[in-house]
Ligand binder design. Structure first.
Ligand code: NAD
Length: 467
């Protein structure tokens, strides 16, 4: 009888988790499920890479420009990967990749200003700007690449290194982006880590991280701030929104309908600063509801890989359940669906684009962030009532006012309590503008030079004016 085989230690292989195609609801690939204790070595390497990267601003500019070129060259592969795991139409994936490259180019050329203060004392004070060290970026699944770029482009331009963690719902396009960027950046300047919780929590509290920049929901943002308190790292939080669009009584409904619709439904409504509530003058309310409902009924909904699709699936099963639940609750509260109102009867996470009317203002679809293809349209009687309602939530990311008289619209926009207000459009951002939410929508400022300085610390040298 042969001797039994001795027990062999199993080959060490990092665990993996499934990645689901939201257009089918089926797993189509997998990604490494990195353990929190793997972060020690990753952060250590990021720290060592920092010393070389911080030393040469001109080399950084060249590398970041080359990185932008590399992203564009890889556009086809990145777009396919993004659409497959995120669900958005391919055209939107290409637009996201273009914005990723644009951010790299914008920050590649941005340099902090050294300033000298002469205030009558016999010394010069010179303010120089220094990088912080390894930065942790934690991002959500709605715009995995461009939101990551909104973090790594300013952080790297400022001379920091970065550890980037995408959402477990969308790890693959970010991993691919990481390897594309690695062709242009020195080793370990940017490292992508993937895995399920508690990987993000551990990254946020890691003692080697000097800045935690997070984009995601309000509850997770709070958890991240608490975790980062352990090492007193700087924290930037870009959180949820519940943006209102206030329509004035001089709007031309036909003219604005398409723009207003897409301001709410782009990326299947999964946009932090999508229009999430519409306030229409009572006199025009029925006309606005009808116009938006007609638009919703004619939108082609389907897989993002189909070239005819304008609206893809919701990204994941939990988000679909949330969208269903707030819609059901609204109906139970007395709302009526003028279009949609339900899941589509097909595989995948599809929800019909939904326009809700007769919605009580206290229904969660109005007071909370629905983050999906559902839009409540509410009537108002006075402008004060509309502005109070627009400002009457715990969020303050963006808002918009729509009207023909631009001066009047701007006067109303000025009363919105949010970080960015638009007139006759919504959610269009300039790379050069500051981006900051108020109330629960965020802490800190991203975007433009403010985004660069958010990744730097002032270092002040005083020297006598004369020897
Ligand atoms: P989420 O908060 O669930 O997750 C965001 C990220 O945090 C993911 O990578 C997730 O894996 C990670 N995470 C989860 N638990 C964590 C923990 N305890 N510690 C550290 N990290 C943790 O958000 P989501 O569902 O992926 O994204 C949707 C939300 O993001 C919406 O609220 C939306 O408004 C918001 N968002 C905000 C902006 C903005 O710029 N303000 C932009 C896009 C999305």
């Amino acid at each position: 009888m042969p001797a039994p085989e001795p027990d062999r230690a199993p080959a060490r292989r990092s665990a993996r988790f499934a990645v689901i195609d939201p257009a089918t609801g089926e797993a189509f690939d997998e990604a490494p499920d990195q353990r929190p204790d793997e972060l020690d070595a990753v952060v250590d390497r990021a720290h060592r890479a920092w010393h070389g990267w911080r030393a040469d601003p001109a080399a950084r500019t060249t590398a970041l420009r080359r990185a932008a070129d590399a992203v564009e060259r890889a556009g086809d592969d990145l777009a396919r990967s993004l659409t497959r795991e995120q669900g958005k139409p391919l055209a939107e994936s290409y637009a996201e990749i273009a914005r990723t490259a644009a951010r790299l180019r914008y920050f590649a050329d941005l340099v902090p200003r050294t300033r000298r203060i002469t205030d009558g004392r016999p010394v010069h004070s010179e303010i120089r700007w220094r990088p912080l060290g390894p930065v942790a970026a934690i991002v959500p699944w709605n715009f995995p690449l461009q939101l990551a770029a909104a973090k790594f482009a300013p952080a790297l331009a400022a001379g920091n290194t970065m550890v980037l963690k995408p959402s477990p719902y969308t790890p693959l396009a970010t991993r691919l982006l990481g390897s594309v960027l690695a062709t242009a950046l020195p080793k370990d300047v940017l490292t992508v880590v993937t895995g399920r919780e508690p990987l993000g929590a551990r990254l946020a509290s890691h003692p080697g991280i000097r800045h935690v920049t997070f984009t995601g929901s309000v509850p997770t943002g709070r958890a991240v701030a608490e975790a980062a308190a352990a090492s007193l790292a700087r924290v930037t939080l870009e959180l949820g929104g519940n943006d209102a669009a206030v329509l004035l009584d001089d709007i031309d409904v036909d003219r604005i309908t398409d723009r207003l619709f897409w301001a709410a439904f782009r990326n299947c409504g999964q946009v932090c600063m999508a229009v999430k509530r519409v306030y229409a003058p009572a006199r025009l309310h029925a006309e606005v509801v009808e116009a938006l409902a007609q638009r919703a009924k004619t939108v082609v909904v389907g897989a993002g890989t189909d070239p005819d699709t304008r609206l893809g699936p919701v990204n994941n099963a939990a988000q679909l359940a949330r969208v269903e639940q707030v819609t059901k609750q609204a109906r139970a509260d007395g709302a009526r669906a003028a279009a949609g109102g339900r899941r589509l009867d097909r595989p995948g996470y599809f929800f019909a684009p939904t326009i809700l009317t007769d919605v009580p203002p206290a229904s969660p679809v109005v007071t909370e962030e629905q983050f999906g293809p559902v839009l409540p349209v509410l009537p108002y009687r006075s402008l004060d009532e509309a502005v109070d309602a627009a400002n009457g939530t715990g969020f303050g990311l963006g808002g918009s006012v729509w009207g023909t008289d631009l001066d009047r619209a701007e006067a109303v926009a000025d009363r919105l309590e949010c970080g960015t207000a638009w007139i006759n459009h919504h959610a269009e951002l300039s790379l050069a503008q500051p981006f900051a939410g108020v109330k629960n929508s965020g802490v800190g400022v991203a975007g433009g030079p403010w985004g660069l300085y958010g990744n730097l610390r002032p270092f002040v040298v005083h020297r006598p004016r004369e020897a």
